[in-house]
Design a binder for this molecule. Structure first.
Ligand code: FAD
Ligand code: MLT
Ligand code: ZN
Length: 472
């Protein structure tokens, strides 16, 4: 293995290879998953500075039969971006490849390297007079490469789609170390199989995304945010339908948050002053982005909320008066994940169900879990506009949370995922499969689909060196 390490050092330079043999090096940040559930041990962490270097690193690893774990911001929630505990894998970090290569205003596109932090990409788009709408709580540290590798969703999907829909082209280093320049800015290209879409959502198992060309959009003239308690998920779904009717393409966000989830934000971040969370079992956050003017946005929003009041869907609501207030509302929503982590160990689910069936799914699954686990607590929130719920379970207040997880996690997952299947849903809406849901995928995905996936994996990565043990 020393030969491989020496070779990696020659390719990327001594200061960009880290191993456990170096007493000064701390590999923790690359080896520990975001949720701090799992820690791996790498043979080495390598940080190439160019696509050519990525290709040479992959060639060296392929020649040595060493597997590679691509890593961006390491914010993934399904244990996909850290090495396993064998001490034999190379973590290939894209951290140094963060440049904006090109903005093409006429084509409304931007081309960036894969390690570009999402927030920096949003800022570069804004500087060029555009909007890059992909938005999620981890945007300050996740990378566009990781977003594409997981086909991330976030809070603007209801209007702009997920990462796949925002991407026009990718540059990839294949498992053999070849470079594929697929950085097309084309909106139409029917010349055979869509290779770009194979790599999007492949979670590092087919190759390494080194750059991407993504779509830019006009910045809205005004953006308004509202917050409303609702008595039930049925009412939340009716409000969503009404919001689609009244706001049309202006509806850019529709999030739902359960009372216990908000109580955790209130408990751990009291300075955020969570509005109206005690008033109802659910609160809804809506965003209206308007291409005309603030007055137009406000009058549209007001007429939507009046109609909702008349129909008895809401009894009260606040509309943010300024950008600071709007940011605070979003901050509350995006702090749920952190508050939940502060509260302690939990079981996370990232599921999608046809929107219309979500209320019945939650009623039925809550009842099944409450019957199976006395004292079970639900941290329920998510992107209702996309039919995507984070249907999470917090260990009961009493007792040892570690023992709860050990004894109940598999049981809880079986109850939830069996219900998801019964409701024609998916066991992963936006976070991916990683290592955590691999065994569940085998149970819940069609055998025909799985066999096509395995054929693709074998064709593109015959040595099985790209992020083995993840997805499949
Ligand atoms: P990593 O965690 O480093 O990697 C994720 C996966 O992609 C791994 O399998 C890795 O091997 C692979 N990978 C990374 N970079 C590359 C590359 N260049 N080429 C090939 N494979 C690669 N996700 C959502 O979808 N919606 C949300 O709203 C959302 N909110 C979040 C909020 C918080 C607070 C946190 C911690 C996470 C959230 N996530 C969300 C999950 C996570 O942020 C996203 O999945 C994100 O897209 C991962 O990007 P990353 O750069 O951190 O990737
Ligand atoms: C979110 O919507 O906040 C994220 O997907 C993170 C999570 O599920 O915790
Ligand atoms: Zn989410």
């Amino acid at each position: 293995m020393q030969d491989l390490i020496d070779q990696l050092r020659r390719i990327v330079g001594d200061t960009n290879v880290f191993t456990h043999d170096d007493p000064e090096a701390d590999l923790g940040a690359w080896e520990q998953d975001w949720r701090k559930r799992t820690r791996g041990r790498a043979l080495a962490v390598v940080r190439p500075g160019s696509t050519r270097q990525v290709a040479e690193v992959v060639q060296a690893c392929a020649a040595a039969g060493t597997s590679i774990v691509p890593q961006g911001g390491n914010t993934g929630l399904v244990v996909g971006s850290i090495p396993n505990d064998s001490g034999t894998q190379v973590v290939l970090s894209l951290q140094r490849m963060s440049a904006v290569r090109n903005v093409d205003p006429g084509n409304s596109t931007i081309t960036v390297e894969a390690g570009c932090i999402l927030q920096n990409l949003q800022d570069a788009a804004e500087k060029a007079g555009f909007l890059f709408p992909l938005s999620l709580g981890a945007e300050g540290s996740c990378t566009i490469g990781g977003n594409l590798a997981t086909n991330a969703g976030g809070t603007q999907v209801v209007r702009y789609g997920n990462a796949r829909e925002l991407c026009l082209g990718v540059e990839v280093v294949t498992a053999q170390g070849e470079i594929w320049d697929g950085l097309s800015g084309l909106r139409k290209d029917n010349t055979g199989y869509d290779l770009r879409d194979l790599f999007i959502g492949s979670e590092g198992t087919l190759g390494i995304i080194t750059a991407a060309t993504v779509k830019l959009f006009p910045q809205p003239a005004a953006q308004l945010t509202a917050w409303a308690p609702v008595a039930s998920l049925d009412d939340a779904v009716k409000l969503l339908v009404l919001a689609h009717q009244r706001l049309g393409a202006g509806l850019t966000g529709f999030e739902v948050m359960g009372q216990f989830a908000l109580s955790l934000v209130d408990k751990h971040y009291p300075q955020l002053r969570v509005p109206m969370w005690k008033d109802a079992p659910w609160c809804v956050l809506l965003e209206n982005s308007d291409s005309e003017s603030e007055d137009h946005a406000r009058s549209q929003f007001e007429s939507l909320l009046e109609a909702a009041l008349e129909q008895g869907l809401v009894s009260d609501a606040v509309v943010a008066e300024n950008i600071a207030q709007a940011h605070n509302l979003w901050h509350v929503r995006e702090s749920i994940t952190l508050a939940q982590a502060e509260e302690g160990l939990n079981i996370k689910h990232d599921i999608s169900i046809p929107v219309s069936r979500i209320p019945e799914f939650v009623r039925q699954t809550d009842a099944a879990l409450a019957a199976a686990i006395p004292g079970v607590r639900f941290v329920n929130f998510g992107h209702l506009g996309d039919g995507n719920l984070h249907y999470n379970i917090q260990a009961p207040a009493e007792g040892d949370p570690k023992a709860f997880l050990r004894e109940q996690e598999e049981h809880v997952n079986t109850i939830v995922y069996d219900a998801v299947q019964q409701f024609d849903g998916s066991i992963s809406a936006e976070h991916g499969v990683g290592e955590l849901k691999r065994h569940k995928l085998v149970k819940h995905k069609s055998p025909v689909a799985l066999s096509m996936m395995r054929a693709i994996k074998t064709a593109l990565d015959p040595q099985g060196l790209m992020n083995p043990g993840r997805v499949l």
